[in-house]
Structure formats: structure tokens, C-alpha cells
Design a protein around this ligand. Structure first.
Ligand code: SAH
Ligand code: SF4
Length: 346
């Protein structure tokens, strides 16, 4: 029988494991420390557990850490890592060093069901949810793990459609006995799964980013099918409610699509929308990364700057997000789940 993995278990789950195996309660914290702090690859290395207890553990479990199988370095310092996820699948995580921080963009699913028209991941369809082990392994087995300051759930997949595993991964990420990254340094990006937006603060307490990409209901439905299920007014109300509990600001990602959503009138509409729902918003204006077969084009730099200025005139922060790692196809919407040479339909 294949062994179960220890990496990806929360402290509570580790406590259940040691109890079940008849080990002392304090072993759970010891195991957590070996997994998430010392990052051992084998149960044999957990040397403060007795030999007998290590053997008991090994009967059922393995550590389940796996280094990335491929790394691609961009000229701008971004590194894209390919991790194995199960027998046939791969996922990508993108390491983005900056002057004052180092961020890892983590995947939550292999592919995605949401089918947003502008997204290459969406185009490739859905293969699988990642387990908590496979989410945490992207972070724990990162070669630059010790330099990491921030995590964004903005890689492949819709994190709120893999809710349980994402909640577990965040628990491990933020637990002092786990990876111990502050909740304020973790951002979850969603296309707008409204019922779960209401749960984020209670279950995770991380920062919220919403892929908005349109300033009205009609246009949002045109590019994001999820908007038909949870229309813009419901999404805005959920964002308002989240903010009432959480405070701070919500980041709205806004893709700049040429002649579709990039005029000054759209900026006016966005500002009015935030005012109506009393949302303290920050906009990240994202340059669209075109891909073959996609009918949208990126807006001109001039358009993007005018749009950004207009939002700033309304009092919003509206930075223009420069694409990182474009030369290695690591930018937003360019992630894939196959090894090089095995890609199809791209
Ligand atoms: N599924 C989640 C998180 C992953 S997508 C979400 O949609 O929020 C991460 C970000 O990349 C999203 O804001 C998404 O809209 C954006 N994105 C998708 N395709 C893109 C493309 N071709 N160019 C630029 N950004 C893109
Ligand atoms: Fe899925 Fe996000 Fe891509 Fe939409 S933008 S298809 S939700 S990964």
C-alpha cells in the first residue's frame, strides 16, 4: 500500500497521528518541527523520536517532500519551478524576488474549471485538486525557502474551489509550529466564489485579492463564466462584508484588455462601483499576456497609464503590474501543468 504523507498535516492532525500510534503527545510538535522547520526528507532523520516510534511511523507514513523537477530562470531573477503532483501531473510555482521581499506564487489545482476567456490555465481545463501535501510542498521544498517572505495563491487553479486543502495549507503556513509566515503576508486570489469569500476571514484570515477584470456585470459575464453564477452585485456585497470583518483593503486585479475594458469611462464605472459598496479598494492593473488562440489584445501603455491616473484621481492606489518572468512563460495566465515538450493545445 502506498504510504501516507506527513508533510501537509496540520498540528492538530499530527496530534491525532501520534495519539493513534500510542506516541507521547509532545511528539506532534517535534514532528512538525522536523517537517516544517528543519525540512527533513526522511522519518529516520527525526532523531529526537525513539527508534521504536520512528518505525511505527514508517509503517504507515513517509515525509512526502519532493524537490522541484525543473527550474527555469528569467533574466529578471524570477524562477519558475515545476513540481510533480501525482503520477501524471505537474504544477508550477513562481519565485519572485524583489528588493524588499521575496514572493512565491503557489498553485492550488492542476488546471482550472472556471474557464475565464483570457486565461491559458482555464483553456487547458481541469485535471485535479492539489492535496494539502502538494500545496505545502511547493513552499517547503522551494530552494529559496529561507528567503521567502510572502506567499500568493495566484498560480494555477481557483483556490476557493479546493477549499478544504487550501485552508489546511494556510493553517500550516501560518502556524508558529509550522512554516510561520504571517497572515498579513499571504494573499489569496479568487475569481469570485461568493459563498467562500464569506468564509475566508473566519477560516484563514489571509488577505483577499479578487480578479475583477470588468467594471459592470454584463462585461464580466462575457469574460468570466463564474459571474453568471455569482453576479457582480453579489460579489461586491461579499467583498464589503469581508472587509467589515477584516479591515484593510481588498486588492482588485484588473486585466487591461484593449478596447474592451480600458477606457476612462470604465475607470469611472469602477470608482462608482467601489463607492456604492463602500469598499476600500486597491487596483492592480495587469498587462494582459496574450497567447495563441486568444481573441483579446493587450491595451497600449498609454491607455494603461491614463486608466491608472484616473483611478488615482479618485483616490485609489492603482499600480501597474509589470509582468515578471515573461521570457520563461511564468507570467500570470501562462502557467501550465505538463513538462516541456509535452504541452498540448497551447
Ligand atoms: N484563479 C484565481 C487565481 C489564479 S489566476 C483567480 O482567477 O484569481 C492569477 C491571476 O492571473 C488572475 O488575476 C487572473 O485573472 C490573471 N490572468 C489570467 N490570465 C491572464 C493573462 N493571459 N494575462 C495576465 N493575467 C492573467
Ligand atoms: Fe481559473 Fe483564475 Fe484562470 Fe479564471 S483566471 S481560468 S479562475 S486560473
Amino acid at each position: 500500500m502506498p504510504k501516507q504523507t506527513l508533510l501537509g498535516l496540520t498540528l492538530t492532525e499530527l496530534q491525532e497521528v501520534v495519539k493513534r500510534l500510542g506516541m507521547p503527545g509532545f511528539s506532534a510538535k517535534q514532528i512538525a518541527s522536523w517537517l516544517y522547520d528543519k525540512k527533513v526528507n526522511s522519518i529516520d532523520d527525526m532523531t529526537n523520536l525513539s527508534l521504536k516510534h520512528r518505525d511505527l511511523l514508517k509503517d504507515v507514513y513517509e515525509v512526502g517532500a519532493e524537490a522541484p523537477v525543473e527550474a527555469m530562470r528569467s533574466t529578471d531573477g524570477t524562477v519558475k519551478y515545476l513540481y510533480r503532483a501525482g503520477d501524471k501531473n505537474f504544477v508550477e510555482a513562481v519565485y519572485i524576488p524583489d528588493e524588499d521581499r521575496a514572493t512565491l506564487c503557489v498553485s492550488s489545482q492542476v488546471g482550472c474549471k472556471m474557464n475565464c476567456k483570457f486565461c491559458m490555465t482555464g483553456k487547458q481545463g481541469f485535471s485535479a485538486n492539489l492535496t494539502a501535501n502538494q500545496i505545502i510542498n511547493q513552499i517547503n521544498s522551494l530552494p529559496e525557502r529561507d528567503k521567502l517572505t510572502n506567499v500568493v495563491m495566484m498560480g494555477m487553479g481557483e483556490p476557493l474551489q479546493n477549499y478544504e486543502n487550501v485552508v489546511k495549507a494556510v493553517e500550516i503556513l501560518t502556524d508558529g509550529e509550522g512554516i510561520a509566515i504571517s497572515k498579513r503576508r499571504i494573499t489569496l486570489s479568487t475569481s469570485g466564489i461568493v459563498p467562500h469569500i464569506r468564509d475566508i476571514d473566519r477560516d484563514m484570515g489571509v488577505k483577499l485579492a479578487v480578479s475583477l477584470h470588468a467594471s459592470n456585470n454584463e462585461q464580466r459575464s462575457e469574460i468570466m463564466p463564474i459571474n453568471k453564477k455569482y453576479p457582480l452585485p453579489e460579489l461586491m456585497q461579499a467583498c464589503h462584508d469581508y472587509q467589515e470583518n477584516h479591515g484593510g483593503y481588498i486588492t482588485f486585479e484588473y486585466l487591461m484588455l484593449k478596447d474592451f475594458n480600458d477606457t476612462p469611462a470604465h475607470a469611472d464605472e469602477l470608482a462608482a462601483l467601489m463607492k456604492k459598496y463602500k469598499i476600500n479598494a486597491k487596483f492592480n492593473l495587469i498587462a494582459f499576456n496574450p497567447w495563441p488562440g486568444c481573441s483579446y489584445q493587450p491595451s497600449s501603455n498609454n491607455r494603461i497609464h491614463v486608466f491608472s491616473q484616473k483611478l488615482q484621481d479618485y483616490g485609489f492606489a492603482a499600480p501597474i503590474r509589470t509582468a515578471r518572468g515573461q521570457d520563461i512563460l511564468a507570467a500570470c495566465g501562462q502557467l501550465k501543468s505538463k513538462k516541456n515538450g509535452e504541452q498540448t493545445g497551447k
